[in-house]
Design a protein around this ligand. Structure first.
Ligand SMILES: [Zn+2]
Length: 180
């Protein structure tokens, strides 16, 4: 079960508070690197173009153990499960882009062995929702990774209403709607 926006916002606030509290005692929480990296090298249109030129691609595939998607560093592949649609597909794509762009230190699975994998999971999820809510970036990412545009909320409608005028079904209706 994915956390709600409110859960995520509260967790991120707590992580930051906790981190600043520990900084004042001379130690830095390792998961804070992810916030630092996102400030120093933000994910924007140029970073997406850079990833594409380095050979990264998005593949629809169910050959994985992950529930939604997976980032294969060895193949420069972002794998998305075929049953993902609408919001869930796009949000998963951004989630995996963050892993791909910032590297293995962002790992959020227990098997990674990172002591802060759970904090990473919350931060990556929070960042992916923020990034997906940027209409310019959403359009750029879907186009760059050659995925079919899908309309499921106001943001995706804003950028894809012209190219996806054949879509008559709103796929998010059966899901819990998360507003960005
Ligand atoms: Zn992840």
């Amino acid at each position: 079960m994915l956390p709600t926006w409110l859960d995520l916002e509260c967790t991120i606030l707590r992580l930051k508070e906790n981190a600043y509290y520990t900084i004042s005692f001379g130690t830095v929480k390792p998961y804070m690197k992810l916030f630092d990296m996102s400030i120093r090298s933000p994910i924007n249109q140029e970073s997406i173009d850079q990833m594409i030129s380095e050979g990264w691609r998005a593949v629809i595939s169910d050959e994985m153990f992950a529930k939604y998607g997976v980032c294969r560093f060895d193949h420069k592949e972002i794998r998305l499960r075929p049953e993902l649609g609408g919001y869930r597909r796009d949000e998963t794509l951004f989630h995996e882009i963050i892993h791909a762009f910032y590297g293995k230190e962002t790992a959020d699975t227990k098997i990674s062995g990172l002591p802060y994998w759970q904090e990473n999971g919350k931060i990556v999820e929070w960042m992916s929702r923020k990034l997906r809510a940027n209409p310019v970036l959403l359009k750029h990412v879907i186009t760059a990774f050659k995925l079919k545009p899908q309309i499921y909320d106001k943001i995706s409608y804003m950028v894809f209403s012209d190219v996806s005028n054949t879509q008559t079904v709103l796929p998010f209706i059966s899901e819990d709607i998360m507003m960005d």
